[in-house]
Design a protein around this ligand. Structure first.
Ligand code: CA
Length: 227
């Protein structure tokens, strides 16, 4: 049973989320302030975290950053309209998706399932491995090795890298990548792709090979060649 950590300081929202998630056979744990949330993520393993931004003690941004230091647990941020959610910052910090409050519980459940599908679908797939000089991608294990060292990617970064790496030399526009990796329903723009490519390049840097090439005026492609 997948376990979801709900980090939210408003009791009614917690209750609503819990009821709907439990109805879908998820196990739910709740943290009502930032400190409690950090405590829980340090000592337990969750399949997904629903993370409110405005929290007492430690806010959602700080928690997201902390979680990403050593885990790729999917994170969906809960944002209030009045808070002017900075989506780009959210992606920079490694959030996988976000939901604005007030949200319909059914939409929330659908988003949770979609993110889990994206991040756990690999479990049932055949073991697929892509190997390049200084870079190994293991889809089933969601594992990436750069120059012999494991590197932590967020699920979305992994999906993007896998998509490109399994189709080397093909050029994809940002829109095509958004559609393929984020899906039709995602209200993203080109900067979303650029942000992820930038982060991936940073993480792949130890390989000494620049795998993701910018094709000016078009988009990106995966290529294996020395600079
Ligand atoms: Ca709040």
């Amino acid at each position: 049973m997948p376990t979801i950590l709900v980090v939210e300081d408003e009791q009614p929202v917690c209750d609503l989320v819990r009821v709907y998630l439990e109805k879908e056979s998820f196990a739910v744990e709740v943290a009502m302030n930032g400190r409690e949330a950090l405590e829980k993520v340090t000592h337990n393993k969750y399949d997904l975290i629903l993370l409110d931004i405005m929290l007492p003690e430690v806010d959602g941004w700080a928690i997201c950053k902390e979680v990403r230091k050593n885990s790729s647990t999917p994170i969906i941020m809960l944002t209030a309209k009045s808070e002017e959610f900075d989506r780009v910052l959210g992606l920079e910090l490694g959030a996988d998706d976000y939901i604005s409050k007030p949200f319909s519980p059914r939409e929330m459940v659908a988003r949770v399932k979609a993110v889990l599908r994206r991040t756990q679908g690999a479990d049932n797939a055949h073991r697929e491995v892509l190997s390049f000089p200084q870079l190994v991608l293991d889809k089933a294990a969601n594992r990436v090795e750069v120059a012999g060292q494991e590197v932590q990617l967020t699920p979305r970064e992994f999906d993007l890298l896998w998509f490109l790496a399994s189709r080397p030399e093909r050029v994809f526009t940002r829109e095509q990548l958004l559609e393929a990796v984020w899906g039709y329903s995602y209200l993203g723009d080109a900067r979303t792709v650029d942000t992820h490519v930038r982060r991936l390049r940073e993480k792949l840097r130890p390989a000494g090979v620049s795998y993701i090439k910018t094709v000016w005026g078009k988009g990106y492609k995966f290529e294996v060649s020395k600079d």
